[in-house]
Design a protein around this ligand. Structure first.
Ligand code: ZN
Ligand code: ZN
Length: 260
């Protein structure tokens, strides 16, 4: 079993910290883990966030607290150190990158030739709206047009050709908002673009673990069917932000993929 979305961010870049992720992964019968960091932890990516910080005081404060604490070189050195050791499990390293259409070139220039195993594209901002922080941020927001822009942005992400996979493909449902129209057409378009760009889609437990009362476990079942119809590879992910959460619900996600 694979967990392809595990954040390192709450510890120092030491082998002891990595060992805690590996130990939990082995306890939970995983054979492979993909470790990553949010791109905004690295100073190199900070210029992408001017607009979203200007758009929201909340995001501006959040960003100042979280961003730019490392340089990408620090991460590359950790990766080298880890890969020089023998481990009882396969380990890959990548980045989770917030997608902004206007910054595709910045992302390309920063990440090319870095030797990372994967680049994961994420829609965390719909235009400038950070939809997944708090439910009250949706007050006064038009759900239908936000859903449309979410899927249009997801399709742009896929068509950018920058990414190996797309993270949590229908995370917009996190707080229980639903559009008044059918999403089937968007599901098919997204799956078509992912297939064309040879990208995987995550089957993730992240939203459910955060919001079990408003979010189902994994993708919408019709979205799973669309991914399968267009032969998009689906990979299981926890979106763990600490070692204890590695591998959570991966077996259940595997079962959902079998059943749908
Ligand atoms: Zn994410
Ligand atoms: Zn994540």
């Amino acid at each position: 079993m694979l967990d392809c979305h595990i954040h390192l961010e709450r510890g120092d870049y030491t082998l002891e910290w990595i060992k805690r992720f590996v130990t939990t992964a082995i306890d939970r019968d995983l054979s492979e883990i993909w470790l990553l960091e949010h791109c905004y932890r690295f100073v190199e990516f900070i210029p992408m966030y001017d607009n979203v910080c200007a758009f929201s005081d909340y995001i501006n404060k959040w960003f100042k607290k979280k961003s730019g604490v490392l340089r990408l070189d620090d991460y590359l050195r950790l990766i080298e150190k880890v890969l020089n050791q023998a481990w009882d499990i396969n380990i890959k390293f990548g980045l989770e990158i917030c997608y902004f259409k206007q910054f595709e070139e910045i992302v390309y220039n920063i990440t090319k030739d870095k030797g990372l195993d994967f680049l994961l594209g994420s829609v965390h901002f719909i235009d400038d709206f950070a939809y997944d922080h708090k439910p009250e941020h949706w007050d006064g927001v038009d759900v239908d047009s936000t859903y449309k822009r979410y899927f249009e942005t997801s399709i742009d992400l896929a068509d950018s050709g920058l990414y190996s996979g797309i993270a949590h493909p229908d995370c917009i449902k996190l707080f229980g908002h639903q559009p008044s129209f059918s999403l089937l057409e968007y599901y098919n378009s997204l799956a078509t673009s992912l297939a064309k760009n040879n990208m995987y889609a995550e089957e993730s437990s992240g939203s459910y673990r955060r919001c079990p009362t408003t979010s189902e476990l994994g993708m919408n079942r019709d979205l799973i069917k669309a991914m399968k119809k267009y032969n998009v590879k689906i990979q299981t992910a926890s979106d763990a932000h600490s070692p204890e959460d590695v591998g959570l619900y991966i077996a259940e996600l595997e079962q959902i993929l079998k059943d749908n």
